[in-house]
Design a protein around this ligand. Structure first.
Ligand SMILES: Cc1ncc(C[n+]2csc(CCOP(=O)(O)OP(=O)(O)O)c2C)c(N)n1
Length: 642
């Protein structure tokens, strides 16, 4: 059920309702939206800090612009909760990120107000530019196109490619740079320094305000904003902002910085900007977590805090967690540190996810050997290639779904050069509530066709550790280790002495008689359970943990096809192109004949939900394995024990 709503918010069902409010009421509405978001996310976890930071901006945008006719495009989209609430999804917001509920990100099929589907960073300016050019080609010169992009996402290469293109397009495009000084972890790089310089340049900001005031009339920015803007812009910016204004050199008119929490001022500025044609950038300064002290003070934790107390902000930990096995990301973080202490050539790289992937542990202990390169997956891969080409052993940790960005860099810069870069793909497989934009289900298929790559996936924490150890041994070439979001299965005893795993070898975990089940990665633990359940009704299934997709263990596959004519393959990835495909290709190439059933993610986009709900949909949970085994062996269906 939805949380209680304040008096103003309870009357808002669309931007039309919002526009009925007086400017003086907007601030109260913002407070009510903020409280609503805090209450909702405290019981139904999602992204919090970024959304709290843009409440005023969101209200001002829908107040001033004529959405959905005007196109409003959010970058990443994790900050778009206020937008969803204002645009008709308030009463179903308690279903945010749930199966059959609403997506945690803007999604075109969900609402006409979601002008573009997002989830990955740095796409908003390209999409908005495309729409602006399209409007011009269709003789629609009135439509406004607004991209809202964070300072972190602005560092992504695609955002800069789009700025470069937009600057010569004369398109009617407004880029709003939402500068809160932080990505998930603190923002990094030279652009961050540059933005800090602008926002803290007291001389520039004092003079800018003075000029605007002198030219002003009704609004703080003047009745004739075009004239104002022209007069204040170049000289002031050129002389006072470091060298020149970066955005002006992209042919954008630069405005700001302005206070992103003064909703009335924002509406005035946006109204003024509406009348200025061509590409322009408004630099808005906000605070991530605004209005919720604990979130303002712990911005990384409150990016997506999980369950918390809405009054105190205290995070509500699941007491069971303390006794559960460690998350794979922690095993990665602790193991790379251990390996790096043994091998001075090892370095760590992450594109903007140090806390998410736990490279922050190494960054704290070895700041010179662990790098956060910003939201820049392509660069992260080629930067790693450069390190490897000159003798280092980079462990480049990228979430599987974000690795999609860097496909060419993996082929062209690493595999073709046969460099010993170790790719640790975190969040491989179905990730749950983040949904279709974030599932890491394509990697096994998209990597399998690349020469020189070793592709592996551990079934538990010990295998992850040993694969990491193996990957840094001499001349291993490009080496992929793919593991899921969430926890392992071994628990306390995971930190065993390192052991080399022979590349290309799988393991037989269970002998069988009636059929064989071949798995890769953590999903193999479901097979263990399914085999035990099947055995109880007299079906004996062999279980092979293939461990390597490439090179695949051919000796093991010969054994499987010599012994069994009923085979199931299972993977937490697309059915097309992964383990199942590899096994069928092998069977065909060696003239074996068997009934092979492939379980995995079907050829459709899987939306949000819990991992177990989504596994059920894909038919690759314990029940799905048992049903498939029954189908192959002609046994009666049994219901697996919970
Ligand atoms: C291509 C890609 N890489 C990484 C991420 C993970 N990610 C989600 S939000 C975020 C930080 C974005 O920072 P910023 O643009 O400054 O927005 P803020 O959260 O501060 O509002 C990152 C790195 C992503 N969504 N897409």
């Amino acid at each position: 059920m939805a949380s209680t709503q304040g008096t103003l918010l309870s009357e808002i069902y669309s931007p039309t309702d919002l526009k009925k409010l007086k400017e003086t009421q907007l601030s109260q509405l913002c407070d009510e939206i903020r409280q609503f978001i805090i209450n909702e996310t405290s019981t139904n976890p999602g992204h919090l800090g970024a959304g709290l930071g843009v409440v005023e901006l969101t209200v001002a945008l829908h107040y001033v612009f004529n959405t959905p006719y005007d196109k409003l495009i959010w970058d990443v989209g994790h900050q778009a909760y206020a937008h969803k609430i204002i645009t008709g999804r308030k009463d179903i917001f308690h279903l945010n990120r749930m199966i059959d509920g609403i997506s945690g990100f803007p999604k075109m099929s969900e609402s006409e107000y979601d002008a573009f589907g997002v989830g990955h960073a740095s796409t908003s300016i390209s999409a908005a530019l495309g729409m602006a050019v399209s409007a011009r080609l269709q003789n629609d010169n009135k439509r406004q196109h607004i991209a809202v992009i964070g300072d972190g996402s602005m560092t992504g290469g695609q955002a800069l490619e789009a700025m470069n293109n937009a600057g010569v397009s004369k398109a009617n495009l407004l880029v709003i740079l939402n500068d809160n000084g932080i990505a998930i972890d603190k923002n990094v790089g030279a652009m961050k320094d540059y933005l800090t310089h602008i926002t803290t340049s007291r001389t520039y900001n004092r003079l800018k305000d003075k000029v605007w005031y002198l030219m002003g009339g009704n609004t703080r920015y003047g009745t004739n904003s075009r004239a104002v803007v022209k007069q204040i812009s170049n000289a002031l910016k050129l002389t006072l902002l470091k060298k020149s204004n970066l955005f002006e050199s992209f042919n954008f008119r630069y405005f700001g910085p302005v206070d992103g929490h003064d909703v009335v001022q924002l509406t005035e500025v946006l109204n003024d900007l509406k009348n200025i044609p061509g590409p322009k950038l408004l630099h808005v300064v906000t605070v991530k977590g605004k209005g919720f002290t604990v979130a303002e003070n712990n911005q990384t934790t409150f990016h997506a805090p999980g369950l918390f107390n809405p009054q105190t902000g205290e995070i509500i930990e699941d007491k069971k967690c303390k006794t559960l096995p460690p998350k794979y990301q922690i095993v990665f973080g602790k193991t790379i540190l251990e390996l790096a202490e043994l091998n001075p050539k090892i370095v760590g790289i992450t594109p903007a996810m140090p806390t998410g992937c736990s490279l922050n542990l190494m960054m704290a202990k070895m700041p010179n050997r662990a790098f956060d390169v910003g939201i820049a997956e392509q660069h992260a891969v080629t930067f790693s290639a450069g390190l490897a080409a000159t003798g280092m052993i980079p462990f480049c940790n990228i979430y599987s779904s974000f690795m999609q960005r860097a496909y060419d860099q993996v082929i062209h810069d690493v595999a073709l050069q046969n460099l010993n870069v170790v790719f640790c793909l975190d969040r491989g497989g179905i990730v749950g509530e983040d949904g279709a934009t974030h599932h890491g289900v394509y990697d096994l298929a998209y990597f399998r066709c690349i020469p020189n790559l070793t592709i592996s996936s551990p079934m538990n924490e010990i295998e992850l550790r040993n694969l990491m150890f193996t990957a840094q041994l001499d001349n291993m070439g490009p080496f992929v280790i793919r593991y899921p979001r969430g926890r392992g299965v071994v628990g306390d005893g995971w930190r065993k002495p390192f052991e080399k795993i022979e590349v290309g070898t799988g393991r037989k975990l269970r002998e069988g008689k009636d059929l064989a089940i071949l798995s890769i990665g953590h999903i193999g633990n479901l097979v263990t359970k399914a085999c035990a359940d099947l055995s109880e009704v007299g079906v004996e299934a062999a279980h092979y943990d293939m461990r390597f997709l490439k090179p695949i263990d051919e000796a093991l596959l010969h054994e499987v096809f010599r012994k069994y004519d009923k085979v199931i393959t299972i993977e937490d990835g697309t059915i097309i192109g992964g383990l199942g495909s590899a096994v069928i290709e092998f069977m065909n190439d060696h003239n074996y004949k068997a009934s092979v059933k492939r379980l995995g993610v079907p050829d459709t986009f899987i939306e949000q939900g819990t991992v177990s709900e989504l596994y059920r949909i894909c038919g690759c949970d314990v029940q799905g394995i048992i049903e498939t085994a029954n189908e192959l062996t002609g046994q009666k269906v049994i219901v697996p024990k919970a």
